[in-house]
Design a protein around this ligand. Structure first.
Ligand SMILES: NC(=O)C1=CN([C@@H]2O[C@H](COP(=O)(O)OP(=O)(O)OC[C@H]3O[C@@H](n4cnc5c(N)ncnc54)[C@H](OP(=O)(O)O)[C@@H]3O)[C@@H](O)[C@H]2O)C=CC1
Ligand SMILES: O=C/C=C/c1ccc(O)c(O)c1
Ligand SMILES: [Zn+2]
Ligand SMILES: [Zn+2]
Length: 360
């Protein structure tokens, strides 16, 4: 493709058509590459549990056809006239949001993920009135503000999970002042986000306890990911022995669950950081937070600045994600396996290697 930002392009993505969440080839057009836009040929796209929530309408706001995928790594093919930071051939990333108002307090504070006018990379409507579509697609057109450069030293498939899972754990650790060495952290739910939580927290010098629904991941957590301790959440004796021991717990469980067992693990002033997208009320009794001045909070991905930071952090610390690379024709099976907790720890789809234009 050339350098003149002029044409709409027809691309092929894999879309869900209804709440059964099955994805199949879908052809649609991309907007012309505007002055501030970057046309990205998708190389790899990670599969996040949010893709299941969205494809299966767990939050009740899904619109179809929907092409999910928000851990996108690609190659710049074309840039608009006002784009100077990127040029054709650059390897770049795109994450969960692709637009914001630029005027509100979060936007002015460079935490644009908290803008109430944020535009999601899929299942949303862009400023031109078209549906946004995500990274399980041959290409995307994205405003340069929502594009990051993938640094040298990071393989593109390795970078993909950092664009959601990686920054999602990095951002609250930074924001809540939890980067100091020696802190004791808990990672509840050892999946895509959780395994990055173990790796990032260990790289910050924390003592890391994995809290899991089963004992199945114990050896991997300790030997491969470097966790210091492992608790099975249903083991009351183990949980009681660990009471009052953690400065924070990052809770990545994607379904309704009790909070009190994890509040019990926190020291005085400890923080329970909710990450899972759960459309049902969660409950706890007030003394669980009062008697220890504990906080329950939440955090949503990270800013574009933090996304650049976590990519650099991973290069500097030599951090890699643990991934299973699959082709696009395995996407539905991968989503099913993710939903039944059968992946170590992130699927990444080799989009460019899947010849998806031929499938449409
Ligand atoms: N706040 C934010 O910005 C973000 C939120 N999310 C959300 O975080 C949650 C986790 O995402 P992700 O890490 O991709 O998900 P994964 O499915 O990869 O991991 C979730 C982990 O939770 C544990 N778990 C406990 N109960 C269940 C259950 N019934 N079904 C499945 N897993 C269970 C499992 O760990 P174990 O075997 O150890 O029990 C599992 O590996 C999702 O709700 C996702 O939407 C994701 C990214 C960003
Ligand atoms: O995977 C990233 C998205 C997370 C997310 C968090 C909160 C929410 O309401 C969502 O719809 C998605
Ligand atoms: Zn995600
Ligand atoms: Zn804003």
């Amino acid at each position: 493709m050339g350098s003149i930002a002029s044409e709409e392009r027809t691309v092929t993505g894999w879309a869900a058509r209804d709440a059964d969440g099955h994805l199949s080839p879908y052809t649609y057009t991309l907007r012309k590459t505007g002055p501030e836009d970057v046309l990205v040929k998708v190389l790899y796209c990670g599969i996040c549990h949010t893709d299941i929530h969205q494809a299966k309408n767990h939050l009740g706001a899904s619109k179809y056809p929907m092409v999910p995928g928000h851990e996108v790594v690609g190659e710049v093919v074309e840039v608009g006239g006002e784009v100077s930071k990127y040029s054709a051939g650059d390897v770049v990333g795109v994450g969960v949001i692709v637009g914001c108002c630029r005027e509100c307090r979060p936007c002015k504070a460079s935490v644009e993920q908290y803008c109430n006018k944020r535009i999601w990379s899929y299942n949303d409507v862009y400023t031109d009135g078209r549906p946004t579509q995500g990274g399980f697609s041959s290409a995307m057109v994205v405003d340069q503000k929502f594009v990051v450069r993938i640094p040298a030293g990071l393989a593109p498939e390795q970078a993909a999970p950092l664009l959601c899972a990686g920054v999602t754990v990095y951002s609250p650790l930074k924001h809540f002042g939890l980067m100091s060495p020696g802190l004791r952290g808990g990672i509840l739910g050892l999946g895509g986000v959780g395994h990055m939580g173990v790796k990032v927290a260990k790289s910050m010098g924390h003592h890391v306890t994995v809290i899991s629904s089963s004992g199945k991941k114990r050896a991997e957590a300790m030997d491969d990911l470097g966790a210091d301790a492992y608790l099975v959440s249903s083991d009351a004796d183990q949980m009681a022995a660990a009471a009052d021991s953690l400065d924070y717990v990052i809770d990545t469980v994607p379904v309704k669950h009790p909070l009190e067992p994890y509040l019990s693990l926190l020291k005085m002033d400890g923080k329970l950081v909710l990450m899972g997208v759960i459309g049902e009320p969660l409950s706890f009794v007030s003394p669980m937070v009062m008697l220890g001045r504990k906080s329950i909070t939440g955090s949503f991905i990270g800013s574009m600045e933090e996304t650049e930071e976590v990519l650099k952090f991973c290069v500097e610390k030599g951090l890699t994600s643990q991934i299973e690379v699959v082709k696009m024709d395995y996407l539905n099976e991968a989503l099913e396996r993710l939903e039944r907790n059968d992946v170590r720890y992130r699927f990444v789809v080799d989009v460019a290697g899947s010849k998806i234009e031929d499938a449409a």
